[in-house]
Structures are given as structure tokens and as C-alpha cells.
Write a protein that binds this ligand. Sequence first.
Ligand SMILES: Cc1cc2nc3c(=O)[nH]c(=O)nc-3n(C[C@H](O)[C@H](O)[C@H](O)COP(=O)(O)O)c2cc1C
Length: 151
Amino acid sequence: MWVTTERVGYWREYFLGKLKIYSGELLKGKIMANYNVYFSPTGTTERVVKHMGESFGSMENIDLSRRDMKNHEMKQGDFCIVGVPSFGGRVPGIATERLRKMKGGRTPAFLLVTYGGRAYEDTLVEWKDVLEAQGFVCIGAAAIVAEHSIS
Ligand SMILES: Cc1cc2nc3c(=O)[nH]c(=O)nc-3n(C[C@H](O)[C@H](O)[C@H](O)COP(=O)(O)O)c2cc1C
């Protein structure tokens, strides 16, 4: 995989800063549960999401790639990092379908997209729309260049 630790490290610091502001100003309380959420057919997005999540210590993993994925309901005090790969510059349809099994209650989410060095086009904005429709509040986003899984 081509994602360098320095680059991901930079984004991690950036979003931790944002999260601090968000939790201080809006939540006025503690983050209750943290989730790594990822759709990752060949494992890159999963690795990047989990690397970001390491900052939070204990994270529960939700794998959107699994057919047997269960429904999840999250609260405002929870937090999740939600990652997808870019397929044809879009969110993979199956990832959107699985994400609909998750319901947020104004839950803060950090959006993450991996792509194979061509372009991620509408993936981030589309992912934001999908998450907001499910009740999440997007507090930051990153597009991370990785190896192209079909090259
Ligand atoms: C069907 C398909 C379509 C893809 N489309 C794009 C694309 O439009 N732009 C791009 O930069 N990478 C594209 N990629 C590369 C993936 O976005 C990239 O390899 C991603 O990190 C794979 O994530 P994963 O290992 O979590 O599955 C595509 C890969 C596949 C399999």
C-alpha cells in the first residue's frame, strides 16, 4: 500500500484537533463510544481507518463489507470514522446500502475515502450526503491516495 504514515499521521492530528473543538463546543461532554466503520473489499480502507482510530484507544469495528452486518444505532456522544474506497469516482453502491443499516443521532463522523491515484471525484461529497441522511454530522474528511486495487 502506498499510504505513507506521515500523511495519514498529518490527517489524524488535523481531525483530532477538529474533534476537540467539536466536542468542546457542541457536545459539552465526553465521547461515549468510538467506531471504526469501513467498506473495504481489498483491505486498504480498513487499514487506514484503523490507523486513524488508534488515537482513540478502544474502537469497535463495523465492517460494511460483510453481508451479515447488523443494524447499529449511535448516539450524539458517540464518534465514528467512516471509510470507503472510490469506485469510478463514486461511493460503491453496496457501501451505501450497508450504511443504511446504521442510524446516527447527530453523531459526529469523520469521513475517509481511499483512491488509487486516478481521482476520487464525487466520492467524498456523495459519502457526506449518505451519512447526513442517516443522522450523522460530518466534522471532517480526508481523501487518502493508495495503491490501485485493480492495477
Ligand atoms: C471497481 C473499482 C473502481 C475503482 N475506481 C477508482 C477510481 O475511479 N479512481 C481511483 O483513483 N481509484 C479507483 N479504484 C481504486 C480503489 O479506490 C483503491 O485501490 C482503494 O484504496 C481500494 O480500497 P480497498 O482496499 O479498501 O478495497 C477503483 C478500484 C476498483 C476495484
